[in-house]
Design a protein around this ligand. Structure first.
Ligand SMILES: Nc1ncnc2c1ncn2[C@@H]1O[C@H](COP(=O)(O)OP(=O)(O)OP(=O)(O)O)[C@@H](O)[C@H]1O
Ligand SMILES: [Mg+2]
Length: 137
């Protein structure tokens, strides 16, 4: 997280979105808080239906949040990864990726890279994900 709030390009606190539907209210995202620094590349990672598109629409921040289902893609690209739970989407972890830049493809074979991927995989496995969902390595 940036040292000062003044460095934040985007700051969201306690965001919730409920879609009305004929079958009843759909809680799409719940208590989502996040911040994005001015020069920060942030990946939003989570399974299908967890509310990534909803969050993008509400934040109107399409250029600063990169949405992906791929753990390795998120780690390769991001300075910070916002990890979301299955629906209703909550932020379950925020991980700073301290791999040096520029990142060449070979970084994917380093221990540091593998550790980041394993940490995220473990988080998703804890939610019973990775099988039959759209998050993958
Ligand atoms: N316009 C809408 N009306 C009702 N429910 C909606 C609407 N848009 C999204 N939802 C519901 O809100 C939840 C979050 O959907 P959203 O599309 O934001 O997820 P997502 O993470 O972008 O999924 P994907 O990875 O498949 O793109 C889902 O349960 C979805 O069915
Ligand atoms: Mg989407």
């Amino acid at each position: 997280m940036p040292a000062s709030a003044q460095d934040d390009f985007l700051s969201i606190t306690g965001l919730e979105k409920i879609y009305p539907s004929r079958a009843g209210a759909i809680l799409a995202i719940k208590d989502v808080s996040l911040c994005v620094g001015t020069a920060e590349f942030v990946s939003l990672l989570g399974p299908s239906g967890c509310g990534k598109s909803t969050l993008l629409r509400l934040a109107d921040a399409k250029t600063v949040l990169f949405v992906t289902h791929s753990i390795t893609e998120a780690v390769f690209l991001a300075d910070k990864i916002i990890i979301m739970s299955p629906s209703p989407g909550r932020v379950i972890d925020t991980m700073t990726v301290e791999l040096p830049r520029p990142r060449r493809l070979a970084v994917r074979e380093t221990q540091d890279f593998t550790r980041y991927v394993a940490r995220i995989r473990t988080i998703f496995e804890g939610f019973g994900m990775l099988r039959g969902t759209h998050v993958h390595e």
